[in-house]
Design a protein around this ligand. Structure first.
Ligand code: GLC
Length: 492
């Protein structure tokens, strides 16, 4: 009544709604039917919403991992670790538990190093002077044609980047290089690292089975103006752990939660049956991304995971990584949304097939979408930029799916760390405090991943003190490795 009789009331109400729903277009209108019809409509909408919620819940349930399952996953991973360490089972083991030939944590290290880092999308080159704690860094993009081209071209390109770095930073003269190569390698020495397979979307030919240190050195030697000697190769997990160890002696584990995922830890030499010698410790590169490749995680894969795996360049491989790594999370979300959209259409743009676009959502998008402080208008704008045109309910649904996927990733990662902590405690027969050095944008940039990881870990290993320390990158770690490597080489 007031609405119809009082024009001013109408205006104020309209304005207030506009202010409250900034960015949304809300128009209040007088209906040309009576309140009974309105009530019937509201009831119908409420029923539809309830039915839709029921359907959506069914999809989201698929991504939930009950606590007992997480405990089970921790136990399975712990078992696979053993299989990788023991000589008789190593060959067929899924977790390769590669020895790294890094046997000491850094002490007071010195020296000048060029650190070359190749892990997925970019190439980072650093100059590190350990004594002076001085570090210069440049990032070089890696073109897609090179990622998928010939191996020789890839290493020639890397050598070209090294030359550019040396010239731009005026670093002439002979230098030593520490190579952070974040792909699975079977190492028999610090300079002997056979690539066992490419991961994370790289597929350069003629590299698998080759010693990548040789491939790099050969490419460097082709350039007359480069005088560089590659003295050590390490994985990014190892670089992270070493960098963290340099200011926290209780650091025993290195973990990456970025585009991919992996971990390393200090293991007793006598437990690593694939290397000679049983004195002291050696860092083991677990290559835990491959967990599940023998079917041991089949019971938790959702249809979305299977689809992501099927569309990847390495189906059947790196199954654990494909549930955790930032380069896959957006794809899992997309697959879940495709399924939901079939039953509960939420994408208003019926013409376009936007959900069919591979890599529709990046890790960065997920980080934006899941930010708590985002207003409805901001959320809609992020989704629109990706081509997703949703109602408010639809936008909240996308956010909910992102949440479920990233939460599952954090929980799975926690199960992995819990297994490693359990192993270290068994080795030293005490429950010492352990620090985990960690790098990777999923851990550092995602609004909830780190918190969910810590929370789940606390529940999985109650009473055990584990601290995560974000490392300032692998650069310093790699230089420390090179320095320690020189010393270790003499004692092996
Ligand atoms: C992939 C690589 C592994 C690396 C991880 C994180 O899983 O196989 O070597 O540590 O990505 O970058």
């Amino acid at each position: 009544m007031v609405w119809q009789a009082n024009h001013r009331y109408k205006q104020v109400l309209q304005q207030t709604v506009k202010n409250l729903c900034e960015g949304c277009h809300v128009k209040l209108e007088t209906p040309n039917y009576g309140p009974e019809i309105g009530t019937a409509l509201v009831t119908a909408i409420a029923k539809r919403t309830k039915d839709n919620r029921k359907k959506i819940k069914k999809f989201l349930e698929e991504l939930k991992l009950p606590f007992e399952i997480l405990q089970e996953i921790q136990a399975r991973l712990r078992q696979e670790m053993e299989r990788g360490l023991v000589k008789d089972t190593h060959k067929n083991a899924i977790l390769k538990m590669f020895p790294t030939y890094i046997c000491q944590k850094p002490e007071k290290e010195e020296g000048e190093y060029i650190v070359l880092e190749f892990g997925d999308q970019d190439i980072n080159i650093m100059y590190v002077n350990l004594g002076e704690e001085h570090c210069l860094k440049r990032t070089y993009k890696l073109p897609d044609t090179i990622k998928k081209g010939k191996g020789e071209q890839l290493f020639d390109h890397i050598a070209e980047c090294l030359l550019d770095f040396q010239e731009t930073e005026n670093l002439s003269g002979k230098k030593v290089v520490s190579f952070i190569f974040s792909f699975p390698c079977e190492q028999t020495d610090l300079k002997m690292a056979k690539l066992t397979q490419w991961t994370k979307g790289i597929e350069a030919s003629d590299c698998v089975g080759q010693n990548v240190v040789d491939l790099l050195q050969q490419a460097i030697n082709k350039k007359e103006d480069l005088s560089l000697d590659v003295i050590a190769l390490a994985n990014d997990t190892t670089g992270t752990m070493m960098s963290c160890c340099s200011h926290d002696p209780s650091c025993e584990i290195g973990m990456i939660a970025g585009e991919g995922t992996n971990a390393c830890y200090m293991e007793n030499r006598d437990n690593i049956e694939t290397v000679k010698g049983n004195e002291g410790q050696m860092c083991v590169n677990m290559e835990w991304g491959a967990f599940g490749d023998n079917g041991s995680l089949d019971d938790i894969f959702t249809p979305y995971d299977s689809e992501v795996d099927r569309l990847s360049i390495n189906p059947g491989k790196q199954r654990y990584e494909k549930m955790i790594g930032g380069m896959y999370l957006g794809e899992i979300v997309r697959q879940a949304l495709i399924s939901i959209n079939k039953e509960v259409p939420f994408n208003q743009d019926k013409q376009s097939n936007i959900l069919q676009n591979e890599n529709l959502l990046s890790l960065e998008d997920l980080c934006d979408i899941e930010t708590d402080e985002l207003s409805m208008a901001q959320l809609n704008s992020v989704l629109l930029q990706r081509g997703l045109c949703c109602t408010s309910d639809g936008a909240l649904l996308v956010k909910e799916v992102c949440r479920a996927v990233s939460q599952r990733a954090a929980q799975l990662c926690a199960a992995g760390i819990a297994a490693v902590v359990e192993k270290i405690h068994e080795n030293c027969q005490d429950e010492r405090k352990i620090s985990v050095g960690v790098t990777g944008s999923l851990y550092t940039e995602h609004p909830h991943f780190a918190r969910n990881l810590t929370k789940t870990l606390k529940n999985l290993i109650p009473g055990k003190e584990v601290n995560f320390k974000t490392s300032d990158g692998h650069g310093i770690g790699a230089a420390l490795i090179a320095s320690v490597a020189e010393k270790t080489r003499k004692t092996l």
